[in-house]
Design a protein around this ligand. Structure first.
Ligand code: 2HG
Ligand code: ZN
Length: 475
């Protein structure tokens, strides 16, 4: 390992590498505080050629590499192991926006650009980068694509995958896949970029991408609604969809418990409604038209739902400040749950029609499993992705609660399976969930994934221990 570090130091210079344990320590824990590892060095290459040189050197030495962007994974996707044999490769210094073309509606960005910075640059060019996730201030493009992030606007624009026209990546042998094409049509063999998107750094390191931009909407309307039940939330979704299927930009669900935690634990997050409610919906509509048709649509659908009692109360944002204040109530859910103590996350998806059944059955099962558990689901109702999160009972022991995480996850997963859903909708598999892969993606599917991994990364150096479970020894 020392010889490898000397080679890498010579290539990267002292500014391109951290070895002092006080400097490397922040790279060795994940956002949730689930994993704490060790690394002899954090590599900080500033361009693609330097990433390739690092990977070549590691491949020759057979050393594991953990690619890292903003380190915001919810499943330990960038967790470094405890054995101290893996090097972290941070993409943070690759933070240039290489090009924006408002005619082609594309932007070429490097992996270390934060999603927020990419959104801002698109906006300045008069366009919209429609990907939006709660951690966008820290999450970086490389990680967002490596995990095929979804987020708030999937209902309208799809997941990250749908926005990727081209990709540049360093493959596990250190060769560079130069696929930064920006074409809407390009049927020329296997879609390698789509193989790398969502591979969580196990097949290569994304260094840059061409993203598809959209026209900026001229009108945006946001409302926060109190509803009596998840069924009422779903009915509101279908009412908006029937009124104008193209208008919905985000349709988010929040439980009363989750909202209560946000109100209590996040400064300046006050509920703008007279009474707390058992369930909430945040709806955002957007339109390219330059008139007041969107407000009319919002008021007419909400008016009818209020009259019929499907919506108990609602507030419509009258300014950008109010719009952001409403979104804050939604986006701070993860932070509030972290502050509330130990929490177990289930990033699951089901067909949209089955969301109410998921919430009812999983709530009942979890409350039966651990009396006093705080059931705080929220998420992207419009695309069927619910974060069915559980917070430890008030005053319970955090460690004892977290020791039951698999039991809780398996309880929820059994219901999700019964509802034809997925055990990981948008956060990926990471280090937390490979154990679930054989029962969910077994047979030919998992075997094909293993073959692809072996073909591209025969030494198994890319993000070891993520996505695929250890193969059981031949019998
Ligand atoms: C969100 O939608 C993120 O806010 C985080 O995906 C979800 O904390 C979570 O489980
Ligand atoms: Zn989410």
């Amino acid at each position: 390992m020392n010889a490898l570090i000397d080679i890498l130091r010579a290539r990267l210079g002292s500014g391109g590498m951290l070895t002092d344990p006080t400097d490397t320590e922040p790279y060795c824990s994940d956002w949730r505080g689930l994993y704490h590892g060790r690394t002899p060095a954090v590599l900080r290459p500033a361009d693609t050629e330097a990433v390739a040189a690092c990977v070549r050197a590691c491949a020759e030495a057979g050393a594991g590499i953990v690619p890292m962007g903003g380190n915001t994974s919810m499943v330990g996707g960038a967790a470094v192991s405890e054995n101290g044999h893996e090097l972290v490769l941070s993409l943070s210094r690759m933070n240039r926006i290489r090009a924006i073309d408002p005619v082609d509606m594309t932007m070429t960005v490097e992996a270390g650009v934060t999603l927020k910075a990419a959104q801002d640059a698109a906006r300045e060019a008069g366009c919209l980068l429609p990907l939006s996730i709660s951690s966008e201030g820290s999450a970086q493009i490389g990680g967002v694509l490596a995990t095929n992030a979804g987020g708030n606007n999937t209902v309208r624009y799809g997941n990250a995958r749908e926005l990727v026209l081209g990709l540049e990546a360093v493959m596990p042998d250190g060769t560079v896949f130069e696929g930064l094409r920006r074409l809407r049509k390009d049927n020329t063999g296997y879609a390698l970029r789509q193989l790398l998107v969502g591979s969580e750094g196990t097949l290569g390191i994304i260094t840059a991408a061409v993203l598809q931009l959209s026209p900026r909407p001229r009108q945006v309307e946001v409302a926060l609604c109190a509803v009596a039940s998840p069924e009422a939330a779903l009915a509101l979704f279908t009412a908006f969809r029937s009124a104008d299927p193209s208008a919905i930009q985000a349709f988010e669900y929040m439980s009363g418990t989750g909202m209560g935690l946000v109100n209590r634990l996040i400064p300046d997050a006050a509920l703008p409604l007279a009474e707390p409610a058992p369930h909430y919906v945040l709806v955002e509509l957007a339109s390219a038209r330059d008139d007041d048709s969107l407000r009319t649509l919002l008021e007419s659908v909400l008016g009818e739902a209020l009259e019929e009692g499907r919506v108990l109360d609602a507030v419509v944002a009258e300014s950008e400040t109010q719009r952001l204040a409403i979104w804050k109530l939604r986006e701070e859910h993860a932070e509030a749950q972290k502050r509330a103590g130990g929490n177990v996350k289930n990033d699951v998806s089901v067909p949209v029609s089955r969301v109410p059944e998921l919430i009812a059955r999983a709530t009942e099962a979890c409350e039966r499993l651990i009396p006093g558990i705080r059931v705080a689901p929220f998420g992207h109702l419009g695309d069927g992705n619910i974060h069915f999160n559980l917070v430890q009972p008030d005053g319970a022991d955090r460690v004892a609660f977290l020791a039951r995480d698999h039991e809780i996850m398996d309880t929820v997963a059994a219901i999700v399976r019964d509802l034809d859903g997925s055990f990981s909708a948008e956060h990926g598999v990471g280090k937390l969930k490979p154990y679930m892969m054989p029962s969910w993606r077994g047979g030919a599917e998992l075997e094909t994934m293993r073959r692809i991994k072996h073909a591209l990364d025969p030494k198994g150096i890319m993000n070891p221990g993520k996505v695929l479970p250890e193969a059981s020894p031949p019998t």
